[in-house]
Design a protein around this ligand. Structure first.
Ligand code: CAA
Ligand code: FAD
Length: 385
């Protein structure tokens, strides 16, 4: 497929990973995309395939069963999966950039030895922060944990939890001391068999194959060795991890825009009206050219944020910019792609309309577009005042 991708700093390993993810996405995921969307259910064979391809422990060390690759590699995998199916892409994104990273960054050696190999081999993870009454205002969460001997007892509800229908490992943020405000928030790891209840599975506009559920914790008993990081430091863990996750969502939106572009643009050179290919009318050609610029700009922002993270430089502002802009571009390009293909773009058969439905989520999860703009605005104010 014709592709726009002129970033000049991918390593050979990263290019190899890209090719293998492309192959997996095209051959294994591609034929199932429509069915999974219509059934609102991920095919278990696809999740198994992600594990078998080594895509569920991309940055995890080889000792722990992972691929020991770069953060940029994790981002490339998300982009390439999203080009074919943004739902599959977010499964991989949450599992790697949020769940695995928390263990790698904040887990003790014992916790890493215990959890990372399972997460690389076959157990899906989810990240449970949002609640019915706290989305953007995430640190106002109402889930509580109380110490009881050598256990913590967790009570509350989480809403909108990606992967949770299939997951076995759950990172749960709960407040152990509400009097301290968000400085009581603590991160726990729990497994499904400890008694996590799925209360509701959402029916959504887009990324319909990716599960999104409400979870209830009713006296969920978690041993004290399952606290990740320090008690009271969960808020910092959550937001620092989200800074990385946001680069992942930016990549998902870049891949989505690219996927819509790749599907629609060739059609515009095959289809003729008024005796000429529709893609060669200036009105069409300029719209396509502008989309090419938009995708490239979103990609450059995304990989710049990824490289800064890898180099240990500050990247919070860059991650917010990348996520904000890629979400704008994804929606714009996928919407235009429908129009470039005319009536056939509007049918479910071509799959172009699905990209547009899927694009809406970019501006909502892992911090809405306004939350990203808040972050960017704070940096600008600090730099200019
Ligand atoms: N990076 C690092 N630290 C940050 C930060 C950032 N981007 N934003 C805030 N903080 C820190 C502050 O430094 C401060 O810490 P200290 O007290 O230790 O100094 C603390 O957080 C509180 O800061 P604020 O008072 O500025 O924060 P707030 O209460 O107004 O809002 C927030 C903070 C909840 C992080 C909010 O800005 C935010 O990001 N909301 C969106 C929540 C979100 O992204 N949820 C995603 C859920 S997961 C998901 O969605 C996964 C998926 O779909 C696939
Ligand atoms: P609200 O916070 O109520 O926001 C509604 C509107 O108000 C938005 O436009 C927002 O920008 C605006 N707004 C709110 N505050 C401000 C402000 N201060 N300034 C300007 N505007 C503001 N969460 C998890 O923890 N784990 C997951 O795996 C996960 N997966 C998700 C998957 C899906 C499909 C969805 C839909 C959500 C998921 N979420 C997950 C939750 C997601 O992170 C939240 O939906 C998101 O943070 C927004 O919260 P909210 O939906 O409560 O919207």
């Amino acid at each position: 497929t014709a592709r726009l991708n002129s970033l000049s700093t991918y390593t050979e390993d990263e290019e190899m990973l890209r090719e293998s993810v492309q192959r997996f996405a095209n051959e294994v995921v591609g034929p199932k995309v429509r069915e999974m969307d219509e059934n609102e259910m991920m095919d278990p064979a696809v999740i198994k395939g992600l594990f078998d391809q080594g895509l569920m422990g991309i940055e995890t060390s080889a000792d722990h069963g992972g691929s020991e690759s770069s953060f940029t590699s994790a981002i490339i995998a998300i982009e390439e999966l999203a080009r074919v199916d943004p739902s599959v892409s977010v499964v991989c994104d949450v599992h790697n950039t949020l769940v695995n990273t928390i263990f790698r960054k904040y887990g003790t050696k014992d916790q890493q030895d215990k959890w990372l190999p399972q997460l690389a081999e076959n157990k899906l993870g989810s990240f449970c922060l949002s609640e019915p009454a706290s989305g953007s205002d995430a640190f106002a969460l109402q889930t509580r944990a109380k110490k009881d001997g050598s256990n913590w007892i967790i009570n509350g509800s989480k809403m909108w939890i990606t992967n949770s229908y299939e997951a076995e490992i759950f990172l749960i943020f709960a407040n152990v001391d509400p009097a301290q405000g968000y400085k009581g928030i603590t991160c726990f790891v729990a497994t499904k068999d400890m008694g996590i209840q799925i209360a509701k599975k959402e029916q959504k506009l887009g990324i319909r194959a990716s599960s999104t559920c409400t979870l209830n914790f009713d006296d969920l008993k978690v041993p004290e060795e399952n606290v990740i990081g320090e008690v009271g430091k969960g808020y910092k863990i959550a937001i620092e991890i989200l800074n990385e996750g946001r680069v992942g969502i930016a990549a998902q939106m870049v891949g989505l825009a690219q996927g819509a572009f790749d599907k629609a643009v060739p059609y515009t050179y095959q289809r003729s009206q008024f005796g000429q290919p529709i893609g060669t009318f200036q009105g069409m050609a300029f719209s396509i050219a502008k989309a090419a610029v938009d995708i490239e700009s979103a990609r450059l922002l995304t990989y710049n944020a990824a490289r800064r993270k890898e180099e240990g430089k500050s990247f919070t502002k860059e991650a917010a910019m990348a996520k904000y802009w890629s979400s704008v571009v994804a929606q714009e390009v996928s919407g235009n792609a429908i129009e470039w293909a005319g009536g056939v773009g509007f049918t479910r058969e071509t799959g172009i309309e699905k990209y547009w439905r899927d694009s809406k989520i970019g501006a909502i999860y892992e911090g809405t577009s306004n939350i990203q703009l808040n972050t960017i605005a704070k940096f600008v104010q600090k730099e200019y005042s």
